[in-house]
Structure formats: C-alpha cells, structure tokens
Design a protein around this ligand. Structure first.
Ligand SMILES: [Zn+2]
Length: 399
C-alpha cells in the first residue's frame, strides 16, 4: 500500500495578535511572516496573480503591512515601540523586494512564452507561429495617407508630357559630370568667360586629373544632349528633365539645387521656324491657349543664334495690372521670361560628328527652362524656398 502525502497550503497567512513584545516573540512572528511571504511569492504565475499578491501585502486598506502596523505597532507598549518600529521598517522593505521580484519572474515568463520556436522545419515554425498569433482580420485597417507628387515634379512632368505628345523621348543623365560634358563639348572652351556665369560647384581633389576629366555637379541638363547624341544617330527629339546645381545662396528666386527641363531636336532641315512653332505650341499647351509668345536675342555658347522666349502674362492677361494693383509675376511688363533657346551651334555637332551629326548635313534646335520657375508661375507661389522646405501644410495644398 502506498501512502501519498500531499502538502496542501490552503491556509493563507493571517497576521496574528502578539501575546507579548519580547524579542523572542517578535523574531518568531517576523520569521513566520517572511516564510509565508516567500511561499506566496513563489506561487505567482500571471499578471493577475501578481496584482492580487501585491494588493494582499501592500494595499493601504487592509493589506498585511497595514494590519501589522495596527496589530503590532499600534498595540505595542511604549517601551517596545522603538523595537517593533525597527522590525516593521525592515519588513516593509522585505515585502517590497518580494513583490518586485515576483513581477520580474512574471515578466520573464511572458517573454519566454513569446519567443518564437527556433528549431523545426520552416513549415513547423509557420504552424507554430500561426497558432500563437491571434490576429483579428475583421478589425479595420490602418489608414495610410496616399502621397502626392511634389509641385515641382508635377509641373516638370506636365511639361515633359507636352513634349512627349510631340514625339519627344525622355532622356536622363548623371548629376556628377565631367568638365568635358558640362562645358567643353557644349562649346565652353577652357577659360571661356561664359563658364564664370555658371557658379559651378566642383568636386574636391580633382586637380591631378586632366581638365576634361575633372568632376563637378552639373550646372545644367545640357550634358545629356551630348551624351544622347553619342548614343543615338539623328534624327532625334529628346526632352531632358533633371536636377542641377549652382553656387547660388538660397533666396526667394534662387537655390543651390534646382530643376531644369531641356529639349533637343536634330534632323535635316530643322529651322528657327520649327523652334518657334514647337515652343509656341508647348507654352499654349502648358499655360493655356490664350498665351502669346515672343522672342528676343540672347547668348548661349552652345546655340547660334540664341534667344529668350517670353510668354504673355497669364496672371494679368498682358495688361501689367491686376485691378488697381500692379502685377508682380510679370513686374508690370505684361510678359514673363520663360526659357532660353536657339539653333544648335555647329561647333557642338563637331564633338559628335562621327556618329552622324555632320554640321553640313544636320541642324537642330535646343531649349531649356527652369522647372521650379514654371511651378512658381503655374501655382502662383512667390517664394522658391517653400518648394524645398517640405512643410506638409504647404505641400498638401497641391495634393
Ligand atoms: Zn502680369
């Protein structure tokens, strides 16, 4: 016959009344209390159990510590009060330690339970993870705001689309360029004064290289013209959007980084008339069919002849006035300068002559405009910096 002894500790600790206040009686009472505390602490398994353990011992209203303070400290004769008080303070510390320790155990257990299974085949792990995860797929999802195009990119894309509809293809190129592509092949010879107008940002430590291999941040998108003509034989019609850099301090109309849109058409018999017709159409398509265009002579090293194109002010309709106020976008002139253009200089074709661009056989026109500038004009924004500060309250208005 087998006897099974089961130790059942069902009787919870209750604070006894002390029959006397001798050190021996006090020591015994404290020992009993501590062993009960240890046992109850070891039985704590969950968050909820820990809370009732903490409240049983530490609750202000009727917790064990409060009872001790009433039954032992409160009833102690004046001669024993100091002794009982000392033991009481020590007990308080002990209770606190055990309660904190029990919480650390509960936390550790929770972490262990949430640790994924590290062994088993992938399928076994998946099943185990699925069983452990409780996912309510009927809960509403997290709403994420849908982003929108930045106003500069949007204006740029719209302008590019106008040229795509005319049969132009989009080309892009590197933002870090060599002196050759940014200047030399575009008819800016070394020491040419036109280089000074570009406020170039050069890459450091390039002096040991030959000039044409020295690196810089491209000052315009024009290098892509040469790069494309090296790859593709004429005829070509390309539009080139992209970021460019110049050493301009930021203000309402300048930024060290800005955006250009450039175009190039090369074929036999391209004339200045083609240039005017194409750009006139593009401006009407972009700003509205009522705008007029006008050209005045200008200078660029890579085009000859060169021109600036103006569009009639679409804010004031060309009058220079808005009611009794002056029109600021056109500075009261009724015209807004919008782009530079011209017929490709034969010297530029010389650099790509071996790829079919014989200046005696082909001709072409090129143009370039600031994408930031057309965005400012199109959306009636008066400070360029707003485009680059990326304040959501500003950007949201274009979404
Ligand atoms: Zn105006």
């Amino acid at each position: 016959m087998t006897t099974i002894n089961i130790e059942i500790n069902t009787v919870a600790y209750s604070v006894p009344k002390l029959k006397d206040y001798s050190p021996a009686t006090l020591d015994k009472a404290v020992d009993d209390l501590l062993s009960a505390l240890e046992k109850e602490s070891a039985a704590v398994r969950s968050d909820a159990e820990w809370k009732s353990f903490r409240d049983r011992w530490m609750a202000r209203k009727n917790g064990v510590l409060t009872q001790i303070s009433v039954l032992w400290l409160g009833r102690a004769p004046s001669g024993a009060k100091a002794d009982v008080g000392k033991r009481f303070n020590k007990l308080k510390q002990e209770v606190q330690n055990w309660v904190e320790g029990a919480w650390a155990d509960v936390e550790r257990r929770l972490v262990e339970q949430s640790t994924p299974i590290a062994s088993g085949t992938l399928d076994e792990i998946r099943v185990a993870v699925l069983e452990r995860e409780s996912l309510d797929i009927t809960l509403p999802g997290i709403q994420r705001p849908i982003g929108a195009e930045h106003p500069v990119i949007r204006a740029s894309n719209e302008m590019v689309a106008v040229f795509r509809n005319l049969g132009y293809s989009v080309q892009e190129g590197p933002e870090i360029e060599t002196d050759y592509y940014n200047f030399e092949s575009l008819n800016f010879p070394p020491n040419h004064p036109a280089r000074d107008t570009q406020d170039t940002l050069f890459i450091a430590n390039q002096r040991a290289r030959p000039l044409r291999e020295q690196l810089l941040l491209r000052t315009h998108t024009s290098p892509v013209q040469i790069r494309t003509m090296e790859k593709m034989k004429p005829p070509i019609r390309i539009v080139i959007p992209g970021r460019v850099y110049r050493n301009d301090p930021p203000d309402a109309s300048h930024s060290p980084m800005f955006h250009q849109i450039e175009g190039l058409a090369v074929d036999t018999n391209i004339t200045f008339g083609d240039l005017k017709g194409t750009l006139d159409h593009a401006m009407k398509a972009f700003f509205g069919s009522s705008v007029k265009t006008s050209f005045r002579p200008s200078f660029f090293p890579f085009t000859e002849p060169s021109a600036e194109m103006l569009v009639s002010c679409f804010v004031c309709g060309g009058s220079g006035k808005r009611g009794s106020e002056v029109c600021r976008p056109c500075k009261q002139t009724g015209w807004i300068e919008i782009l530079g253009c011209g017929m490709v200089d034969p010297n530029v074709f010389e650099f790509v002559k071996q790829n079919g661009y014989d200046p005696s056989k082909v001709s072409g026109f090129a143009f370039g405009m600031g994408a930031d500038r057309i965005a400012l004009l199109k959306y009636g924004v008066d400070d360029l910096q707003l485009f680059f500060q990326n304040d959501v309250r500003f950007l949201r208005q274009f979404a």
